[in-house]
Design a protein around this ligand. Structure first.
Ligand code: KG4
Ligand code: ZN
Length: 334
């Protein structure tokens, strides 16, 4: 069969990215323009500023990607685009670029759900084997997804309130770390000890998570200590928080693996970069004798490589859109 080259475009938050991937598994070229340095001045992503930067960056990123791949648009077989979920203004910039290229060069337009992208980041590492359990942990999502074949997703559990990445970022902010705080908490946790007592969130029989209670407990603890004039040991607090947050994920993943007789597990989303979670997942996979796939760091946070990879399997599943395709700020994967 002829090789299929897909151009992926991602602009759902604060990264403008384009990538060309062959047959859903082999990266040809990727370009990512990150706005982190701009948004950190505001303590988080400012949607209007993000959209403006996507407008400025999108053509530059697309041209740079084709140049890096040494390819022309004529050699591209289809265009995969993150249609949602995400910041609506940001999504629209990528979508308009994708639709324009699809129209001008007469290429199929493939709509990709952002979380499907995070899941398929793993297919750039090794072939996905089914049935599998995807542990999706990002700034906007915390979900357990059961996948029985390519592009057939079934959500079996999710967060009842905050996403884990959102919780990391809020905790980081309250102890004075710059946005995005998740990676900084992770680094601090490595040098701290888990000495602060924090509540273990949701210990029930479901596959659901809860992070708002944990977040509030950290915020209250910091404020109480400040009022008493005590200094917080940031590294110890980071280690204490990370221990509970990771344990919350691991306990539900353990339950899902056992109940659903899972043999393959993948980690997906920005928080998959978390070293504490990565090593806890490795230990769990060894303990339960399941095959684990973790994306390399560069494919954990938002990028178009994962969108182009997912686009291949979405296309095989018959998912092609016409030019009426619209962005969706919110949309369920399944
Ligand atoms: O997947 P992503 O790039 O964007 C969304 O789709 O949400 O994830 C970004 C989130 C942010 O909340 C960021 O703080 C978190 O992932 N993150 C981490 C780490 N690296 C990124 N959280 C904890 N530890 C990390 N090492
Ligand atoms: Zn993401």
């Amino acid at each position: 069969m002829k090789d299929m080259y897909i151009l992926g475009i991602e602009s759902s938050c604060d990264e403008t990215s384009a990538s060309i991937v062959m047959n859903g598994t082999k990266k040809i070229a990727t370009v990512i323009s990150s706005q982190i340095d701009i948004h950190k001045n505001y303590g988080g992503v400012v949607p209007e500023i993000a959209s403006r930067h996507h407008v400025q960056n999108i053509t530059i990123v697309l041209e740079a990607c084709l140049k890096k791949a040494n390819m022309t648009m004529d050699e591209i077989d289809a265009i995969a685009i993150t249609y949602g979920p995400g910041l609506i203004g940001s999504l629209l910039i990528g979508l308009e670029a994708a639709k324009t290229l699809s129209f001008v060069y007469n290429k199929p337009l493939i709509p990709v759900h952002h979380i499907a992208g995070h899941i398929y980041a793993n297919s750039l590492v090794k072939e996905l084997k089914f049935p599998l359990l995807a542990v999706v942990v990002s700034g906007g999502h915390t979900e357990l997804v059961h996948i029985t074949k390519h592009y057939k997703f079934e959500k079996i559990g999710g967060t009842l309130d905050d996403a884990i990445g959102e919780c990391y970022d809020k905790v980081a902010r309250v102890i004075g770390l710059e946005y995005p705080g998740g990676p900084k908490i992770d680094q601090l946790a490595k040098v701290g000890n888990s000495t602060y007592k924090l509540p273990v969130p949701l210990q029930d029989d479901s596959y659901n998570f809860s992070f708002s209670g944990l977040k509030s407990a950290v915020i209250n603890l910091v404020h109480n200590e400040e009022q008493r004039g005590n200094e917080i040991n940031k590294a110890d607090l980071a280690a204490s928080f990370q221990k509970v947050a990771v344990e919350e994920i691991i306990s539900k993943v353990r339950k899902a693996i056992i109940d659903k007789k899972i043999k393959n597990v993948i980690l997906a989303g920005g928080v998959a970069a978390n070293e504490g979670l990565r090593s806890a997942m490795v230990n769990l996979a060894n303990e339960l004798n399941v095959d684990l796939s973790i994306p390399p760091m560069k494919y954990c946070t938002d990028n178009a490589t994962m969108i182009a990879a997912a686009g291949y399997y979405a296309y095989k599943d018959g998912r092609v859109a016409d030019l009426t395709l619209n962005s969706k700020s919110q949309d369920k994967l399944c």
